[in-house]
Design a protein around this ligand. Structure first.
Ligand code: BTN
Length: 235
């Protein structure tokens, strides 16, 4: 496993894609800042110095039938490391967000494609670490904001990428239920929480979480229980 580190790039996902022929399974592209960081839905991802911005490349023989599994395993890896560092109240939110309470701390951007008969999965990880999120960005936070302490980006990268590799092995071993269970257990939303639901029909309402299942949640509203998909949680 090789780490290709840069001072500044457009986007580590884009650099990884350009270098795909030389990159091997598990290789990493890391940059101290990005000028064109991308988020979900082609949104701009603010990536100044101080944050952790990197992409891991996997070249699986066979792609997992659940494409969300790669994003899930990366977000679980980040959350597990943060919890190991005794940072409380962190968790995953469907499908690619990392939250601290109700504030966004980071996100994952996974891109899957085939190049020269090879399956390629590029997992971009963005985590606000020593940077302060801009004042005008609502509900964003960073590890510095939470703890008041600056952290070593290279140490964090080492720990998170090692955990990603460990979890990725479960995917290749066709044990993706291990990841699904970890994902469920590391969800920011827990039993007893009141959450906002934006359901598939476009309705928005508040409900209480009664049960967290591996692929759905049971919520209660006005005494009526309903099953919702994690993507319907809007926090
Ligand atoms: C999101 O929450 O919408 C996903 C954000 C993903 C950001 C990371 S930073 C490293 C990699 N390079 C990018 O351009 N995006 C991802």
């Amino acid at each position: 496993m090789e780490v290709y580190s840069y001072d500044e790039v457009s986007s580590t996902n884009d650099v990884a894609k350009k270098m795909i022929n030389v990159l091997r399974n598990g290789d990493i592209v890391w940059a101290l800042s990005q000028t064109a960081g991308r988020g979900k839905g082609e949104r701009r991802w603010y990536s100044p110095k101080g944050g952790l911005w990197f992409s891991v490349v996997y070249k699986p023989q066979k792609l997992c039938e659940d494409p969300n599994i790669y994003t899930k395993m990366a977000s679980v890896a980040v959350v597990k490391i943060l919890k190991r560092m005794k940072i409380k109240d962190v968790g995953v939110k469907w499908p690619n967000d990392i939250y601290h309470n109700r504030d966004k701390l980071g996100g994952i951007l996974t891109e899957i494609f085939t190049k020269s008969h090879e399956n390629v999965v590029v997992i971009g990880v963005g985590l606000n670490v020593n940077n302060m999120p801009p004042e005008d960005v609502k509900n964003a936070t960073s590890l510095l904001k939470i703890t008041g302490v600056k952290l070593s980006l290279s140490q964090l990268l080492k720990m998170i990428s090692a955990e990603m590799q460990r979890l990725y092995n479960f995917v290749t071993l066709r044990k993706r239920n291990v990841i699904t269970n970890l994902w469920r257990n590391n969800m920011i939303v827990k039993k007893g929480h009141t959450i906002k639901v934006s359901d598939f029909s476009g309705k928005t309402y508040e409900a209480k979480v009664v049960k967290v299942l591996s692929d759905s949640l049971i919520v209660e509203r006005n005494g009526i229980k309903e099953r919702i998909h994690p993507s319907e949680i809007s926090i």
